[in-house]
Write a protein of this length. Structure first.
Length: 115
């Protein structure tokens, strides 16, 4: 079993910054690629960013240049983070941590960007 616990969401004004964190523990390999997805009200869940076991990032075009994903492969827990800068109204969503190519998802953390 895998546990994914997100933190760091909140309310921020447009142009501001937030940092999301996800602690992945349990039956997870440090080799698993990890990612962030988001879901806005009335919309489908969409890819935001991912990072390979080697630390190679990949971003959705909508966040490229503004978001930065990173990971720390500790002994028993993998820590996934995402720095979000220059936030826009359209970034408002619930953000989910995900172990790619698996059914494991975090519970989600709300990010709200106000004008």
């Amino acid at each position: 079993q895998v546990q994914l616990v997100e933190s760091g969401g909140g309310l921020v004004q447009a142009g501001g910054s937030l940092r999301l964190s996800c602690a992945a523990s349990g039956s997870i390999s440090r080799l698993n690629p990890l990612g962030w997805y988001r879901q806005a009200p009335g919309s489908e869940r969409e890819f935001v960013a991912s990072i390979s076991r080697y630390g190679v990032p990949n971003y959705a075009n909508s966040v490229k240049g503004r978001f930065s994903i990173s990971r720390d492969n500790a002994k028993n827990t993998v820590y996934l983070q995402m720095q979000m800068n220059d936030l826009k109204l359209e970034d408002t969503a619930v953000y989910y941590c995900h172990v790619l190519y698996s059914t494991f998802w975090g519970q989600g953390t709300q990010v709200t960007v106000s004008s």
